[in-house]
Design a protein around this ligand. Structure first.
Ligand code: PMP
Length: 417
């Protein structure tokens, strides 16, 4: 017998599309985006480097700009007390807690922060995760299973979608801010599932609009579903004292089953929280994968959030200023004929311009005038409703807003002639 032919390697003949990163559909999409931008002479609007703190103003390329692109709504991320709290925590606890909390990462600051969040919400308990995104992914992924249903607003954040996918539950969306559409889905499907979780947001960050929480509560109660509210943009922003959507809508905190929020916005840190009843929170502490299998929140991240919550309460003028300046922006934008969609004028106001190309080009033009505002392009929003998304800050002045809207008007006019 001669030599047997060596067997064909298992990978022979596999198409390059499946072995090369540059043939991955994601990379192809990125290339198309870049080539499109270059053809139109519009620089990449993403990953601009901010060289210091970013609030009502920021420094980009050595130039001080008016800034409408930071979530630092109350200016607390550069507040001396918030910074000091971070420095002291860093000195006391070191730079990492070096383990997951159940193992050996537990520190007093975690409890202090969680207590403060629970007390502010007037619920039994709260738990903090190292990422807001992971908070939603882990909470939905853990609480629900294949016999359950997730019903969510069509504009819900990606983290809820990923969490629902991970859980294996059925998922359906209802029309934006439309309780009647939710009710129709519940009437049709409630009986086929065990647990049903309805997820909405407190303040939608692409549109600056908010749900009618009372109606959502009434519907979820009638259909025996849980209601979860993602307060990433509404906590410490909405309501006369910053208590969020529940204060804005005048409902009891315990009428919502799961309050979720982030520490990365007004709270001036990084991470997310779940606040609610004791059983819910205890269960997440012991079993939610993004908590259990992830490092504990660094103390120098937890302490500034705790300080930010205290400063929000001690300096209520900040919130009043945010509300006043947001209303001013909304009125002035409307007076100039800009399309602000359904924004209620609290902290987030979009100006809808139409095409992604126009939005990117206007954002670039504003930056030439030292005004930083992020364009929101397709597919983050439908192609015909690409926009400039303005995040307001309690430290913005009327002069800054007048100047911004005047420049926008001129640049926009120049592009339609
Ligand atoms: N939920 C919503 C509604 C958000 O807008 C975001 C992020 N902007 C998150 C969750 C995730 O939060 P984080 O950025 O703190 O991870």
């Amino acid at each position: 017998a001669g030599d047997a032919p060596s067997p064909r390697p298992a990978g022979a003949g596999v198409d390059e599309r499946f072995t090369r990163f540059d043939r991955h559909p994601g990379y192809q999409q990125l290339k198309l985006m870049r080539e499109g931008g270059q053809r139109l002479g519009i620089p990449d609007p993403f990953f601009k480097v901010h060289e210091g703190t970013a609030g009502a103003t920021t420094t980009i390329g050595g130039r001080e700009c008016i800034n409408f692109a930071s979530y630092n709504y109350l200016g607390l991320a550069h507040h001396p007390k918030v910074i000091q709290a971070g420095i002291e925590a860093l000195k006391r606890y070191g730079s990492s807690v070096s383990a997951s909390r159940p193992v050996s990462g537990e520190r007093p600051i975690h409890h202090e922060l969680e207590r403060a969040i629970a007390e502010t919400y007037e619920v039994e308990d709260a738990v903090v995760f190292v990422s807001g995104h992971a908070t939603n992914v882990s909470t939905l992924g853990y609480l629900l299973g294949s016999k359950d249903l997730v019903l969510h607003d069509e504009y819900i954040h990606n983290s809820t979608l990923v969490g629902a996918q991970l859980s294996g539950a059925r998922r359906m969306s209802f029309a934006h801010n439309d309780p009647a559409a939710l009710e129709a889905l519940l009437a049709r499907h409630r009986g086929q599932f065990e647990r049903v979780l309805v997820v909405i947001e407190g303040l939608y960050s692409m549109d600056g609009d908010a749900p009618d929480l009372k109606r959502f509560i009434e519907i979820k109660q009638r259909h025996q579903a849980w209601l979860m509210v993602d307060e990433a943009h509404s906590f410490a922003v909405m309501g006369d004292t910053g208590l969020g959507l529940r204060e804005h809508c005048q409902v009891a905190a315990t009428d919502v089953d799961i309050w979720m929020g982030t520490l990365s916005k007004t709270m001036s840190g990084c991470g997310g929280y779940i606040a609610g009843c004791r059983e819910l929170v205890e269960m997440l502490r012991y079993f939610a994968p993004g908590f259990l299998y992830s490092v504990g929140m660094p103390a120098q991240v937890a302490a500034p959030s705790l300080a930010a919550l205290a400063v929000m309460k001690e300096e209520p003028q900040r919130l009043r200023d945010l509300h006043t300046i947001s209303s001013y922006f909304l009125e002035q934008a409307k007076a100039r004929g800009f399309d602000i969609g359904d924004s209620i004028g609290v902290a987030v106001v979009p100006i809808i311009v139409g095409s992604s190309v126009l939005a990117a080009s206007l954002s670039d033009a504003l930056l030439q005038h030292d005004i930083n505002v992020q364009p929101i392009l397709h597919p983050a929003v439908p192609e015909k409703s690409a926009r400039l998304r303005f995040f307001l800050n309690c430290e913005h002045t009327r002069e800054q807003i007048d100047r911004t809207l005047d420049v926008l008007q001129v640049e926009w006019q120049a592009r339609i002639q």
